[in-house]
Design a protein around this ligand. Structure first.
Ligand code: GLU
Length: 449
């Protein structure tokens, strides 16, 4: 690794050193095999949206996912069935109760959310089970794609939970008794135990969290594991329900969607920023890793990761508001100068989303205050235009054109021309040129480029 990027590793190493001495908490022992875990194991991992991997301590030590599997199987269910269908069977409200609480909504019998056991058992039951592709195979395949490598099952942990998991079986029977579920939660609970016993490392979990943060695309493999809206839905439920009855306090203090598991794994995701994971098996009374909670809390504070922090505005979107007359024009004839004076020019940079598009549209109007003439939008330094911004920019330019003024874009990457979902009715694509000067020349009545 390059020495500069070692600074990120150093931040993780410092956390490791700072919290390694924290020996509070107890191993989960209601699954007997988990009580045999090395209690002092401690690993941290972070993966960026570019797929850069950073880790400290025991980030390569295998352990079972337990409840950290829940958001990913929920993602699979959402991908297969859609949000509305999944919500018919599992609600999305924080339960304010422990992970294994026997709590079903009084009127519908739905579990509160997919992060508590009752909801997770139903989520697992909703995954299709066909002779070609049995339910568990679908789940393992999906979890593996999130991790970016083929995962396997810790058969000893599975057998241990299967032998002792009567509370979860009781939950499944209770669910079956309350409602017209189209699938059998009692059969699915054994699959749920297997999914909980899937073996990962902290680095795997960081990749899985990073995939959710990256709109469902694994940043290590480029694999589009789930659609972008599904990734956002899962992060939303993790934010409100991922830490069980401590979810509100976690969102307040740490401010990141997260999910813990009783084997000691903990993930957190910074949307569009990173995936984080820790592994340390000593748990607090709520079933969350003591060191993991402390380390992620400190990291969030130190690196300013809280979701609700008012982010400093990214580098300004609009880099130029002028008329073409203000700009150097090699070879322009003197008689062109008056024409150029009338052409408003706006240049933008970076990634254009709703917020940035609003600034660009405002600047387009500003550029026209002097002459209400033609307008050129220069997107040469723009790195991306999302679906919403594309429709806004096309719409804004379309309105200027409807006023009778020529409009053109310098759009060498043809970002405004890209069709997008739901874009069929969007206003027409503005006249597009490779360079700003070509666009200005066309707006001053010169030949089209
Ligand atoms: N397999 C565990 C159970 O269902 C997972 C619980 C957890 O990790 O919170 O009890």
């Amino acid at each position: 690794m390059s020495p500069a990027a070692e600074a990120v590793t150093d931040a993780l190493r410092e956390l490791h050193t700072r919290f390694a001495g924290l020996r509070d908490g107890r191993l989960a022992d209601y699954i007997p095999q988990l009580a045999r875990t090395e209690p002092d194991a401690f690993g941290l991992a972070l993966i960026s949206m570019d797929g850069h991997r950073y880790s400290a301590g025991d980030a390569g030590t295998p352990f079972t996912m337990q409840s950290v599997s829940k958001p990913f199987v929920y993602a699979l269910a959402l991908s297969v069935l859609g949000l509305d269908e999944v919500c018919r069977w599992v609600s999305a409200e924080p339960s304010g109760e422990a992970y294994n609480a026997i709590s079903l909504e009084p009127d519908t019998g739905r579990p509160d959310n997919a992060m508590v056991n009752a909801g997770a058992i139903i989520t697992t039951a909703l995954i299709p089970d066909t002779p070609d592709t049995p339910r568990f195979e679908r789940i393992l395949d999906c979890l593996s794609r999130f991790a970016g490598r083929r995962l396997d099952v810790d058969e000893q942990v599975y057998a241990s939970e299967a032998a002792t998991g009567d509370r979860n079986r009781a939950l499944a029977y209770l669910i079956r008794s309350t409602g017209p579920l189209p699938v059998d939660p009692v059969a699915a609970v054994e699959t749920y135990f297997r999914q909980c016993a899937v073996r990962v490392t902290a680095l795997d979990l960081a990749a899985m969290a990073a995939t959710l943060a990256n709109g469902g695309v694994n940043p290590l493999t480029g694999d589009a594991v789930v659609p972008e809206p599904v990734a956002a839905q899962v992060l939303a439920v993790m934010a409100t329900c991922g830490m069980y009855d401590a979810s509100g306090e976690w969102l307040l203090r740490v401010g990141l969607p997260a999910k813990s598991g009783v084997s000691g794994g903990l993930i957190a995701a910074g949307p569009a920023r990173f995936g984080l994971a820790t592994y340390s098996p000593r748990l607090d009374p709520g079933g969350t890793s003591v060191r993991g909670r402390a380390a992620l809390g400190a990291l969030s504070e130190r690196l300013g990761l809280h979701l609700m922090h008012n982010p400093a505005l990214a580098a300004s979107t609009v880099t130029l508001v002028a008329t073409a007359g203000d700009l150097p024009a090699a070879g322009a004839a003197p008689q062109d100068r008056a024409l150029r004076e009338r052409v408003g020019v706006v240049a933008a940079q970076g990634a254009i989303d709703f917020t940035a598009a609003e600034r660009v549209l405002y600047a387009l109007d500003e550029s026209r205050t002097r002459s209400a003439g033609p307008v050129v939008l220069d997107l040469g330094q723009v790195t991306g235009v999302d679906r919403v911004a594309r429709a806004m920019l096309r719409g804004g330019l379309g309105r200027i054109a409807a006023d009778g003024a020529r409009t053109a874009v310098a759009d060498p990457a043809r970002r405004l021309a890209l069709p997008g979902p739901g874009q069929r009715d969007a206003p027409t694509v503005p006249r597009s040129f490779v360079t700003r000067e070509q666009a200005v020349a066309w707006c001053t009545g010169g030949p089209a480029g």
